[in-house]
Every structure is written in structure tokens, then in C-alpha cells.
Design a protein around this ligand. Structure first.
Ligand code: ADP
Ligand code: ADP
Ligand code: ZN
Length: 213
């Protein structure tokens, strides 16, 4: 099963994608996680991506598309994957469609997790990410068992640099301008499904599971 997660920054794409990946035994491919892992290792890609990420801007398509096209060609993605944070622009969606077409494949579902902007700003202030494995939590809505410590790996939790309120506002603007048009793109392709992302995490996952099953 090949799934795309759509939705604003902070809508809960990553949270849901991790659960989908586990339930269906497919890889969770997050471009944000890939960029952050590169930055941590100090690769040229990571350093370049950081220039954009810190400003709340999108990393240019030419640095992003090939990366994903290569990643989905890996053996562990042969039975499908859940893409989280890609595509984010129409050219990225077109590059993905082209790569899939070349292999006689298609996306099965594009799941749009809908959350209004007002809710997003609150959510991002409480988001905490594991500095080791990238797992995402929320201080109120999805807390760890021990404060500040990742349940999955014991790593230290941090507030992402780009989750500061000013940068979140900027990212929301970028989302409306560049990413929201993908909703129409995938609607036209007949694979768009919408879920109400303001519900609690478990309920959103139930709705997604119903769509996928
Ligand atoms: P969120 O889902 O909270 O917006 P991500 O981890 O998906 O965060 O992305 C963090 C940042 O990484 C984005 O603001 C952007 O700068 C960059 N990024 C991630 N995915 C893409 C992409 N597909 N195209 C361009 N930039 C991206
Ligand atoms: P995205 O990948 O779309 O940027 P995340 O999955 O990282 O979003 O979620 C953003 C923040 O909101 C995280 O702190 C997460 O724990 C929290 N969160 C995710 N889904 C919900 C939900 N349904 N209700 C409340 N908080 C949520
Ligand atoms: Zn961790």
C-alpha cells in the first residue's frame, strides 16, 4: 500500500504515519526526518537544507525529489510505504507521479489530516521531538512516561528550532501557498481521503484505519 499524508505542519501527519507504518509493516518515510538526520551527521545536504528549514521555507525541489525517488526504490519499500511531508509542492507531486508511472505503479491513498490554523499554533508549542530517534510527542496531548525522555529509545526530548511561534506562522503561510494545492491534485487523481485531525490521536487513527482497510 502506497500512502501519502497531507496536511498543515503540526496536523499530526508524523504521529499518524508512525502508527500506520507499524500496523501495515511498511516504512515511514519523512523528508523532514531525512533532512534532520543529514544535518545531525553534518552532510552537505543537511547543511543546505538547514538554511531553508530555519526560515520556515521549503527546501528546493531539486534537493528533495531525487532523494525520495531513490528512497522508495529501496527493497524495504517494495510492498509500499507511507510518505510524510512529501510531496509538498505541485512539481514534487509531478516528479513522484512520473517516477511511479515509469514503474507502472500509483499512490493508493492521499490522506488529508484537516486541522484549522488556530489549533496548529497551540500544538506546535507543545511538540517535543526525540533528539536521538526523531519520535514525536506532545507535553499535554501525547506525553512521554518520564518527562523529557523518549519512550522509544530513552533519548532526550527537544523543542525543534522551527517550532517557535514566528516560524510556525511562516510555515503555515508556505503550506497554504505551496502545499494546499496538492489536495486538488490528489482529488483529481481519485485517491484523496479526508479525516478530521482535531479529534484525539486514537480517534484519528481509527478513521484512517477504516479508510485503509
Ligand atoms: P512539519 O510536518 O512539522 O511541517 P517536517 O518535519 O515535515 O515538519 O518538515 C520540516 C521542514 O523540512 C519543513 O519546514 C521544510 O523546510 C523541510 N521539508 C520537509 N519536507 C520537505 C519537502 N517535501 N519539500 C521541501 N522542504 C521540506
Ligand atoms: P506533523 O507531522 O503533521 O507536523 P505531528 O505528528 O508532529 O505533526 O504533530 C504535531 C504535534 O501535535 C505533536 O506534538 C503531536 O504529539 C501532537 N498531535 C498529533 N496529533 C494530535 C491530535 N490528534 N491531537 C492533539 N495533538 C496531536
Ligand atoms: Zn527516541
Amino acid at each position: 500500500m502506497k500512502i501519502i499524508m497531507l496536511g498543515a505542519p503540526g496536523a499530526g501527519k508524523g504521529t499518524q504515519a508512525a502508527q500506520i507504518a507499524e500496523k501495515f509493516g511498511i516504512p515511514h518515510i519523512s523528508t523532514g526526518d531525512i533532512f534532520r538526520a543529514n544535518l545531525k551527521q553534518g552532510t552537505p545536504l543537511g547543511l543546505k537544507a538547514k538554511e531553508y528549514m530555519d526560515k520556515g521555507l521549503l527546501v528546493p525541489d531539486d534537493l528533495t525529489c531525487d532523494l525520495v525517488v531513490d528512497r522508495i526504490a529501496q527493497p524495504d519499500a517494495a510492498n509500499g510505504y507511507v510518505l510524510d511531508g512529501f510531496p509538498r509542492t505541485i512539481p514534487q507531486a509531478e516528479a513522484l507521479t512520473k517516477a511511479l508511472d515509469a514503474r507502472g505503479e500509483k499512490i493508493d491513498f492521499a490522506i488529508d489530516v484537516e486541522v484549522p490554523d488556530e489549533n496548529i499554533v497551540n500544538r506546535m508549542g507543545g511538540r517535543r521531538a526525540c533528539s536521538k530517534c526523531g519520535a514525536t510527542y506532545h507535553i499535554v496531548f501525547n506525553p512521554t512516561k518520564v518527562e523529557g525522555v523518549c519512550d522509544a529509545c530513552g533519548g532526550e526530548l527537544i523543542l525543534r528550532d522551527d517550532d517557535k511561534p514566528e516560524t510556525v506562522q511562516k510555515r503555515l503561510g508556505v503550506y497554504h501557498d505551496q502545499t494546499q494545492p496538492l489536495i486538488d491534485y490528489y482529488m483529481a487523481a481519485g485517491v484523496l481521503r479526508e479525516v478530521d485531525g482535531t479529534q484525539e490521536i486514537g480517534k484519528v487513527f481509527e478513521d484512517i484505519t477504516a479508510i485503509l482497510s
